[in-house]
Design a protein around this ligand. Structure first.
Ligand SMILES: [Mn+2]
Length: 346
């Protein structure tokens, strides 16, 4: 069956006919794609007269708070009762930019699973694992936002209903999930969609400034610290890693989202194919993995750290100290001398 098969679209249309209330959920620590895809759907379905609730599990990074519709969103961490009620009462539930309910965090997992709403998954992560009525899932796309655009295109006869606000939301996810169109960006279709978004009157330059030139002082300081003192280079396995301890974060006034994208710096060094970025949370170490080319970090995260994600971008948690998490990583890397031999990447 094709991704947006007519039968699936018709099922959604039929469910919408009898629906009044729609809820939209996404993953914990929502990024540009999660926020963009949620709010694009919010904008469209509110304008169609539905009562729509967008639920973010925890606060969204400040450089994403300007996105149209954000002021109406429910932050579950601050208003769990309201979030649960919205899930319970929803006739239709959109689950976007995540492949399983637990990605929404401990408090949200059960309410999502138990919701009796008609569930629609729109996502680009591997191995979707959610009991839902209709699923639009593929890894062959830039972002969930791109899938939301294609979904709306199939749903709507009158393209004018894709407003500038909807287009802005979609553009945010398409650029943030591709590092401003620097990876996962070799499909002509992507640029066709961006062309359509531009026709809606969105301001690509302004959006870029709002996301990338809108950083807090804490972020710039943390980046400086990270690059100058927390970068380790393992040339023999074409790998780098960086880390920030809880003390590093506290000392520099860390705010949610401040370290977003730091991991990519580890990969920008010449000859490096793989990088990891460790950040210390209250009770765990979060590890982000990035790779270039064929090195599969989804597999790596799964095999060694019980995590997962995409081929070139994945993440995991390690319930141990920073020191032990790094030790484990260095040990694991010893078995990658052949696969990540620098001679292969000259
Ligand atoms: Mn995404």
């Amino acid at each position: 069956m094709t991704l947006f098969a007519k039968s699936k679209i018709n099922e959604v249309k039929a469910a919408l006919k009898n629906a009044k209330k729609i809820a939209i959920v996404t993953h914990f620590n929502s990024d540009g794609d999660a926020v963009g895809s949620s709010l694009a759907l919010y904008q469209y379905f509110s304008q169609e007269g539905f009562e729509v609730n967008v639920i973010f599990p925890n606060p969204v990074p400040h450089f994403l708070t300007w996105i149209p519709g954000m002021d109406k969103a429910i932050i579950a961490e601050r208003a769990l009762k309201t979030a649960k009620k919205a899930l319970q009462e929803a006739d239709i539930l959109f689950v976007v930019d995540m492949n399983a309910a637990h990605r929404s965090g401990v408090a949200m997992e059960e309410p999502i699973k138990n919701s009796s709403a008609f569930k629609i998954l729109i996502d680009h992560h591997l191995s979707p694992n959610l009991d839902c009525n209709v699923m639009f899932s593929t890894t062959k796309t830039t972002s969930t936002c791109e899938l939301v655009y294609l979904f709306l295109e199939k749903m709507i006869e009158d393209k004018n209903k894709i407003t500038m606000d909807v287009a802005t939301c979609i553009y945010v996810g398409m650029i943030t999930d591709t590092g401003s169109l620097s990876y996962m960006c070799n499909q002509p279709k992507t640029y066709m969609i961006i062309s359509e978004l531009m026709k809606k009157g969105i301001d690509g330059e302004l959006i870029h400034r709002r996301i990338y030139d809108n950083y807090a002082e804490s972020r710039i300081k943390l980046l400086g610290l990270c690059l100058s003192q927390r970068l380790k280079i393992m040339r023999n396995v074409s790998t780098t890693y960086m880390f920030l301890t809880k003390k590093d974060l506290d000392d520099n006034g860390y705010r949610i989202g401040d370290t977003e994208g730091f991991v990519n710096y580890g990969l920008s060094l010449k000859g490096i194919q793989f990088t990891a970025f460790f950040t210390e949370r209250d009770d765990r170490i979060r590890i982000s993995f990035r790779s270039k080319g064929n090195f599969d970090v989804n597999l790596f995260a799964r095999q060694h750290f019980n995590g997962g994600g995409h081929k070139n971008a994945s993440a995991a948690f390690c319930y141990d100290t920073m020191e032990n998490a790094i030790k484990k990583f260095e040990k694991v890397m010893e078995s990658y001398h052949e696969i990540l031999n620098p001679k292969n990447f000259e």
